[in-house]
Design a protein around this ligand. Structure first.
Ligand code: GLU
Length: 506
C-alpha cells in the first residue's frame, strides 16, 4: 500500500462525450496534488470506448482546459509516456486477451440476448416489482447453437462478467472510510462492437498503467465492487480508491451540464475567471481552508499551498454546493493580486475578442491599456467585465455612443454643468503632468481641483450631480472608472471634445 513517502501514480480518465465537465478538473487537481506530494506521476487517459456518445472536439477542449488550469499531465495524449497509447480506442488489442482469459476460466460468458429481449425483461421485472433485477442469466452456460433456438436472439454476442454469489462488496475508501455498494448484476464487459465497456477497460488500464490511487466522483461507488472483482479475477493488485464528494447544485443534486452552465469546464474561461481562482475555488469544494498559526481561517491559497498540506483524510465526505458568489469573490481577490502588467496581459485576449483592441495593438495602445487597467482593477469581478469599462478609452471621440440609460439620467442642469466644466478645463494647459509645478498641468489632481472649484464651490452643486454629466460625456455610460483619472488618460483634447459633443446634443 502506498503512503506519502512512495511515489504514487494517479490518473484522470475523462470520456470525450461532449463539453468537458468541471468535475474532471476537480478530480485532476486532487490527482495532481497527491502525485506531487509523493513525487509521483499524474496520467491523463482518454476513455473513448463509448462510440455512440463520442464527440470529436471534446478531447481537444479538455486538454486545452486542463493546460489553462496548469494541471499538466506527466503522461498522456500529446506528451506520451511509457504506458501508451493513452486513448482506450487505440488499446483494443490490450483488452482482448483479458476477455479471453475470463471466458476460458468461466468467469465470463457470451450473451446473445437482443436489445428487445433485455428491454422486455426489465419491464417485466419492474411491473412484477420483482426483487430480482438485472440480467436473468438466460445465456449462462449455453452455446450459440442452444441459444439460437430461443427467442430474443442476436448473432453478435456481448461478453458478461459472471458475478459470484460471494462477491466482495466493501472496501476501505481513502475518503469515505469503510464503504460498500449493492450487489451488481452480470455486467457487460465486451460490447457487440468489439469495444470493451468502461468497467473492463478501466481496470485493465489502471493495472497496466501502474495506477496506485483511483480518485473519482462518488457516482462511481456502485461500480467499485465490479472493479474489485475484476482485479481479483485477473490476478491484479487493486489500487486504493478515493471517492470524492460530488459538486452539487442548489438542490443538492450533482451539477449537470444540462441544467447548470457552470458544469461545463470551458464556461469559466469564457466568463473571465482566472485559472488560479477556479483552482482555489474547486479546492474549497472538497477541502478545508488553511488554518493560520493564530487560529484564523484563510480561504485564499495558492495551488502549491494546497499541495503542501494535501491529505486524503482531510477531504470532506459530504458534497458541497457550488457557490458562484464565493468564486466571484475569489476571482476579484486574484485579479487585484496581479501586477498591472500581468493583469493587462490577461485582459488583452479578452479585449481583442470583444473587438476593443486589434489583435496586434500598437505600443501607444498597450501603454494606454496599462493605465486603464490600473484604473478598472478595483471594479473587476471577472475579466469579461473589462471590455465595457475599457472600450471608451479606445473609441474615437466622434464615435462614442451615449447609453440610453445614461442620457435619461441627465438632470436639468446638465447643460450648465457641462458648460462650466468645459470652461474650467479649458483653463488647464495641454501639458502632461504638472510641469509648471503650479497646479495647472493636465493631471488627475489638477483636473479634480479645477472641476470642484467651478461646479461644487462656485455653482454650489452636490458632487454627484456635478460630476454625473461629465462622467457620461467621457465614458458614454452612467458608471465609469474614476472620472479624473479617466480624463487624465484620455488627455485634454479628447476630454474637451467629448464634453462639447454631449453639450451640443442636449
Ligand atoms: N471515464 C470515466 C468518467 O468519464 C472515469 C471514471 C473513473 O475515474 O473511473 O468519469
Amino acid at each position: 500500500m502506498s503512503n506519502a513517502s512512495s511515489p504514487a501514480r494517479l490518473r484522470v480518465a475523462p470520456s470525450p462525450t461532449g463539453d468537458p465537465h468541471v468535475g474532471t478538473a476537480y478530480m485532476a487537481m486532487f490527482d495532481v496534488a497527491y502525485a506531487r506530494r509523493t513525487g509521483g506521476r499524474f496520467v491523463l487517459r482518454i476513455e473513448d470506448t463509448d462510440r455512440a456518445r463520442f464527440q470529436a472536439d471534446s478531447e481537444a477542449q479538455l486538454l486545452d482546459s486542463l493546460r489553462w488550469l496548469g494541471l499538466d499531465w506527466d503522461e498522456g495524449p500529446e506528451v506520451g509516456g511509457p504506458y501508451g497509447p493513452y486513448r482506450q480506442s487505440e488499446r483494443l488489442d490490450t483488452y482482448r486477451p483479458y476477455v479471453e482469459a475470463l471466458l476460458d476460466s468461466g468467469a465470463a460468458y457470451r450473451c446473445w440476448c437482443s436489445g428487445e429481449r433485455l428491454a422486455q425483461m426489465r419491464e417485466e421485472q419492474q411491473s412484477s416489482k420483482s426483487s430480482v433485477t438485472g440480467y436473468d442469466r438466460l445465456c449462462l452456460g449455453m452455446t450459440q447453437q442452444e441459444r439460437e433456438k430461443l427467442p430474443g436472439f442476436t448473432p453478435t454476442p456481448v461478453v458478461r462478467l459472471r458475478i459470484p454469489d460471494d462477491v466482495e462488496l466493501g472496501w476501505d475508501d481513502l475518503i469515505m472510510g469503510r464503504t460498500s455498494a449493492p450487489r451488481p448484476d452480470d455486467q457487460v464487459i465486451l460490447k457487440a462492437d468489439g469495444f470493451p465497456t468502461y468497467h473492463l477497460a478501466v481496470v485493465v488500464d489502471d493495472h497496466e498503467m501502474g495506477i496506485t490511487h483511483v480518485v473519482r466522483g462518488q457516482e462511481w461507488v456502485s461500480s467499485t465492487p465490479k472493479h474489485l472483482l475484476l482485479y481479483k479475477l485477473l490476478g491484479f493488485e487493486a489500487p486504493r480508491f478515493a471517492h470524492m464528494p460530488l459538486l452539487l447544485d442548489e438542490n443538492r443534486k450533482k451539477i449537470s451540464k444540462r441544467k447548470s452552465p457552470w458544469a461545463k469546464l470551458t464556461w469559466f474561461r469564457e466568463q473571465g475567471y482566472l485559472p488560479e481562482a477556479l483552482l482555489n475555488f474547486l479546492a474549497l469544494q472538497g477541502y478545508p481552508p488553511i488554518v493560520e498559526a493564530d487560529g484564523t481561517e484563510r480561504e485564499m491559497f495558492t495551488f502549491d499551498e494546497f499541495v503542501d498540506r494535501f491529505e486524503f483524510s482531510r477531504v470532506d465526505k459530504a458534497g458541497s454546493v457550488f457557490n458562484l458568489k464565493k468564486l466571484d469573490w475569489l476571482n476579484g481577490q486574484y485579479i487585484r493580486s496581479l501586477s498591472r502588467e500581468e493583469l493587462a496581459a490577461r485582459l488583452l485576449p479578452v479585449l481583442v475578442d470583444a473587438g476593443v483592441l486589434p489583435p496586434r495593438p500598437s505600443l501607444g495602445e498597450l501603454g494606454r491599456l496599462k493605465a486603464v487597467t490600473a484604473l478598472i482593477a478595483p471594479r473587476l469581478v471577472k475579466l469579461v467585465d473589462a471590455p465595457a469599462l475599457v472600450r471608451p478609452f479606445f473609441t474615437p471621440d466622434e464615435e462614442l455612443p451615449i447609453a440610453d440609460d445614461a442620457r435619461a439620467a441627465l438632470g436639468d442642469d446638465a447643460a450648465a454643468v457641462l458648460d462650466a466644466g468645459i470652461e474650467a478645463l479649458e483653463g488647464l494647459p495641454d501639458v502632461e503632468g504638472d510641469i509648471f509645478g503650479d497646479g495647472r498641468g493636465w493631471t488627475p489632481e489638477n483636473i479634480e481641483a479645477a472641476l470642484r472649484s467651478a461646479l461644487v464651490e462656485k455653482m454650489g452643486l452636490k458632487p454627484k450631480v456635478a460630476f454625473g454629466p461629465l462622467r457620461t460625456a467621457v465614458s458614454g455610460a452612467k458608471v465609469s472608472p474614476p472620472l479624473f483619472e479617466s480624463m487624465d488618460i484620455l488627455g485634454r483634447h479628447s476630454t474637451l471634445t467629448r464634453l462639447r459633443a454631449l453639450r451640443a446634443s442636449l
